[in-house]
Design a protein around this ligand. Structure first.
Ligand code: VGL
Ligand code: ZN
Length: 198
């Protein structure tokens, strides 16, 4: 059994002071760093949008946090965040990025958002992470990071659907918690067979 730690989007824009700040988002960094040594593989994800991305409210003349309909389904419209090459897209400066075997970027397709580390929000376009994990013989993944109710949630549910054994360390995640999204995420992850730990 090979066990990977999947660290989701611990980036400046999701931390206090960032463009899409998750309350207390930076509080999990020391705990994540400490956990890294316990795993066979450490993989980081990085939200990585081109300017003018279709998930940005500013691209639709809409209010941030409003909902729109995309060809692939409903999509929350976010403040501009994690723009490729920007300071906000950088990892939190205390995160031990030197310990990562692999960094996978997502959300670079201008027309499709990508909450999940495995598939874009059309639920069909793969990011390549599944192949990476399988070719390394990884069967078990533990997730931590930001935000519990969006990118952690979607990544955990997809991992479970793909047949990995999945746990989320809830104590090492923080949520946006918008319109009941955290409760829905907890229910959805549990229903998918994800172990909610911590
Ligand atoms: C995320 C909203 C938009 C996340 C990324 O990392 O949870 N949320 N982009
Ligand atoms: Zn994003």
């Amino acid at each position: 059994m090979t066990h990977a730690l999947l660290v989701i989007d611990v980036q400046n824009d999701f931390c206090p002071g960032g463009a899409l700040a998750v309350p207390d988002g930076d509080a999990i960094v020391p705990g994540i760093n400490a956990l890294m040594a316990d795993f066979d593989a450490v993989i980081l994800t990085q939200d990585w949008h081109p300017a003018g991305h279709s998930s940005f409210a500013s691209s639709h003349d809409a209010a941030p946090m409003s909902l729109t309909q995309m060809p692939y389904g409903p999509q929350v419209l976010w403040p501009d965040h994690c723009i490729q090459g920007s300071r906000g897209a950088n990892f939190h400066s205390d995160l031990r990025t030197d310990r990562a075997d692999m960094i996978i970027r997502k959300g670079f397709n201008p027309a499709i958002d990508s909450y999940s580390a495995f598939f874009e929000n059309d639920h069909t376009t793969p990011t390549g992470l599944e192949g990476y994990l399988r070719t390394r013989g990884i069967t078990q993944v533990t997730l931590v990071g930001l935000a519990t109710d969006f990118c952690v949630n979607y990544s955990a549910v997809d991992a479970a659907k793909l047949g990995f054994e999945v746990a989320v360390r809830m104590d090492l995640c923080r949520a946006i918690d918008f319109d009941g999204s955290l409760a829905a995420a907890r229910d959805g992850m549990a229903a998918a067979g994800v172990v909610l730990a911590g």
